[in-house]
Every structure is written in structure tokens, then in C-alpha cells.
Design a binder for this molecule. Structure first.
Ligand SMILES: [Zn+2]
Length: 450
């Protein structure tokens, strides 16, 4: 039984790959079409989805800012193919969204005004039905794609927690169809996202090893030199700062509705600051080198940015391996606020029963320090030292450090800790067996919310 319809010469469509309900023979991923060109890795949605269930998730999510309903579900579906995990969680994917690990990072650029042409990179609903076909992807001879979801007889659902009984998971079908847009045909591996006839459509949300192997075969595995955004901050004077690695001398930043070029980075390519002349719309941003290698290795992961919101605290920079071979890891709970709220900054994997403290400053850096990296620039502020606790002995990595930063904000001891202030924080602790005598965690970047 044919499991794929190839229509040549019909409306300039070269390949049509459909999610259909037919049995398959087992075989692994198939790369059937060329990889998408560098300039057509954007994703848009024409939101003509007619089912009420397709657009009833209208609660804003700061991790996926600017869009709700069907567009957000389709954004998340395409995003699963990205090189790195997106900060936005998904209730059904405990390992996060963004499992591709390839030189491929789709950029969701918002809404389209119509269904577009077959190479316009738009996902939309199509009136009508086609015996058992849920959706299909058009792959025209020239670069690009178009994804159509059949209106009948299906009821599409945008629910992040999975579809209601009798409905079909919009996000999951998008994940599968975008795999076709990337150049993959159906796989016979049971449970793979590119399986043609899944028992559980919702399971397609999450890429399996076979899908990852497929996208990496087409685009190459993401190398360690690829630009990477780990966190961002946006301060009250309108400065947007990206924190990560491998930013170049000349960078182009693509925001929702605007592009800013010729941006220099600092701190050895770990920091990039820009003041947009007007505020972009909320959504994912993406950085690319102005020159250099093509094919996605010069393009970053995407990262959520909401100029009107308060960015989530984010980890960045690198911790230093300690004398026991562990790297202290910073984390947080809560969100820092100028009044009220709760915000605890902690470090795990610290040597036990050692003295440590949280350092912070208002400038990011990436500077060699005590055999590791100091992620803070400008004047350093110290907080009171405490003991890491943990096992009584011998020395291991069971210690931890914790600091109530919200209490510090509210105490008024540092009058610069006001709403809109951006702060960079890092732990330092004693490591007597280390050559320098000090251990360092990685860093946390955060803005104090109103
Ligand atoms: Zn398919």
C-alpha cells in the first residue's frame, strides 16, 4: 500500500507528504527532499482554524509570549525540531521542547494574512477532507513549504495538556508535518514522530531518536561553535542583553517584526547588548552571524522575548569543576519583585561543609578568574557567607548554598535593587584542594520585576 502521495506538476507542487492512517512496513527515517535553505527556516500561521477547540487556549504564557490558541500550538510543534531546548515548558514533554540537535532552528515569525503560496512557509486549515488524511505538507520545486490541516472530519485542539476526547492534537500534527517540510519522509519506526500511522497522535509531539538522526542527517549535528542564547535581560532603560556563547563580531538579531544588523558582541562572544529604536512585538528572537558558514551553523537557537513582560531568570556562563570533579550549578525559585514576592537563589553540587557566598553585579562579563570564569563585571557586591552543609565527611559534592535575594531587595541594604534593575549573580565557595582555593558556580541573570 502506498504510504505517500507524490503529485508532480499539480499546482507546482513537487511532493505532498501526508499524515495518513495506513499501516506501514518498518524502516528507519527517510530523507526524501532537500534541506531547507538558510533564508526559509521561518514558520508562520494563518489562523483560519474553525473548531472552537483549536483556539480556546487563550491564557498567556510568558515562556511563549505574544501568541495563544492555534498559533502557539503550531509554534511549539515546529520548535520541537530546534537545536536546543526552548525555555518554554510543555506539559507532555518532561525533557522540554527542542530535541533536534541539528544545525536547524526554525524561527516562528507570527501570523500570515492568508494561506499563501506553496513555498510561503504558512500553516493553515483547508476546507474539505481526503479519506483518512489529517494534514499534508506541500514541498514545491523552489525552496519553502506549506502545511494544510483538513477541516473535516477532524476537530483540532490547541490544548497544551493534550486534546479533549475525540479531538486531534494540533501541536503533535504540526511536529510531524514540519518534519516533512524539513525534508523527511515517513519512518517505519514505531513511536517516531515521522511514523505515518501512529496509534497515538499526541505522542508525535516528542521527537524520538530516529527523528533526531533524520534531521541531523539533513542539516548536520549542531556543533559546539554554533551561536547559543542561554538567557536574556531587558532593563528599564530599554537595553536588551543576550547572554550565551559564540556571538560574533558582526551579528544580526531577528525579533518579531524587525531585524537589527551589524551588532557587536563583548565578553569574548558571550554578551550582546542592543537598544532597539522601537519595541518589537513579543515572541521568539534569533541571532545569526552576518557572515561565516551557512547552513544553520551560524544561526542561534530561538529565545522568548516580551518587551512588556519581565523575563524569566536564566542560567548562563560556566561553572568551574571543583577538586571533587563536580561543577556547582546555580538555580532559583520564584521571581524577584520590587515588593512582595519570593526569590531564592541556590547552588547544588557544592563541596560539603565549606564557606561560600553569592556575588552579584549589574554588568555581565566572562573573565578568567581563580582558574575558572567570573561571569560578573563592574563593582562586585558580596552577600554574607554561609556553610554549604551536606554530609559530615569525607569531602564530596553534597553541599549546597542558598540565599534569599528577595529579602535583600526588600531590606533596602542595596538601594540599587529596584524594579527594572538587571542583576547578574554567581556563587563562590572555598575549595582548599584546588590550586586557587576557590570554587565557582555558573551564573544567573535576572531583572527585578515591579
Ligand atoms: Zn506524514
Amino acid at each position: 500500500m502506498s504510504r505517500i502521495a507524490r503529485l508532480v506538476g499539480v499546482g507546482a507542487v513537487l511532493g505532498v507528504a501526508a499524515l495518513i492512517l495506513h499501516p506501514l512496513a518498518a524502516e528507519a527515517y527517510v530523507t526524501a527532499w532537500p534541506a531547507l535553505g538558510d533564508n526559509v527556516r521561518f514558520v508562520r500561521v494563518f489562523n483560519n482554524f474553525a473548531d472552537a477547540q483549536a483556539n480556546d487556549e487563550v491564557q498567556a504564557d510568558s515562556h511563549w509570549p505574544g501568541f495563544v490558541g492555534a498559533p502557539r500550538a503550531l509554534w511549539k510543534g515546529a520548535q520541537e525540531w530546534s537545536s536546543r531546548v526552548h525555555p518554554g515548558p510543555d506539559p507532555l514533554q518532561t525533557d522540554g521542547i527542542g530535541s533536534g540537535g541539528a544545525n536547524l532552528d526554525p524561527h516562528f515569525t507570527g501570523l500570515a494574512a492568508n494561506t499563501g503560496f506553496p513555498n510561503d512557509n504558512v500553516a493553515s486549515e483547508l476546507n474539505g477532507s481526503n479519506a483518512g488524511v489529517i494534514a499534508f505538507t506541500e514541498l514545491p520545486p523552489n525552496d519553502g513549504w506549506r502545511i494544510r490541516f483538513y477541516a473535516n472530519p477532524w476537530i483540532f485542539d490547541d490544548d497544551p495538556t493534550g486534546p479533549a476526547p475525540g479531538c486531534i492534537d494540533l501541536q503533535a500534527v504540526m511536529t510531524h508535518e514540519y518534519g516533512h517540510a524539513l525534508g523527511l519522509d515517513h519512518s517505519g519506526v514505531p513511536g517516531a514522530t515521522m511514523e505515518a500511522a501512529p496509534l497515538d497522535v499526541t505522542a508525535l509531539r516528542s521527537l524520538e531518536g530516529d527523528d533526531v538522526a533524520g534531521v541531523q542527517a539533513l542539516y548536520g549535528a549542531a556543533g559546539s561553535g554554533k551561536p547559543r542564547i542561554d538567557a536574556l535581560t531587558f532593563d528599564s532603560s530599554g537595553v536588551l542583553t543576550l547572554l550565551g556563547a559564540n556571538f560574533a563580531a558582526g551579528n544580526e538579531l531577528a525579533l518579531q517584526g524587525m531585524t537589527i544588523g551589524n551588532l557587536s558582541s563583548t565578553a569574548g562572544g558571550a554578551v550582546l547588548s542592543v537598544t532597539p529604536s522601537s519595541l518589537p512585538a513579543a515572541g521568539d528572537l534569533q541571532l545569526s552571524w552576518s557572515s561565516g558558514p551557512a547552513s544553520g551553523s551560524a544561526v542561534s537557537n530561538t529565545f522568548p522575548f516580551d518587551p512588556a513582560g519581565c523575563a524569566q531568570p536564566g542560567r548562563w556562563c560556566v561553572g568551574k569543576p571543583n577538586s571533587q570533579g563536580c561543577i556547582a550549578a546555580i538555580s532559583h525559585s520564584g521571581n524577584p519583585r520590587a515588593s512582595g514576592g519570593s526569590f531564592l537563589i541556590t547552588a547544588s553540587q557544592v563541596l560539603n561543609n565549606k564557606s561560600g557566598l553569592l556575588l552579584y553585579s549589574y554588568v555581565p562579563a566572562f573573565t578568567p578568574f581563580q582558574g575558572g570564569t567570573l561571569c560578573l563585571g563592574g563593582g562586585l557586591k558580596r552577600t554574607p557567607a554561609s556553610s554549604s552543609g551536606g554530609n559530615p565527611g569525607p569531602t564530596d559534592c553534597s553541599g549546597g548554598l542558598s540565599f534569599d535575594f528577595q529579602a535583600r531587595i526588600l531590606s533596602g541594604v542595596d538601594p540599587q535593587l529596584v524594579a527594572g534593575r538587571v542583576v547578574f549573580a554567581q556563587y563562590i565557595y572555598r575549595d582548599p584542594a584546588d590550586a586557587s582555593g576557590w570554587g565557582l558556580s555558573d551564573a544567573l541573570a535576572f531583572a527585578i520585576c515591579p
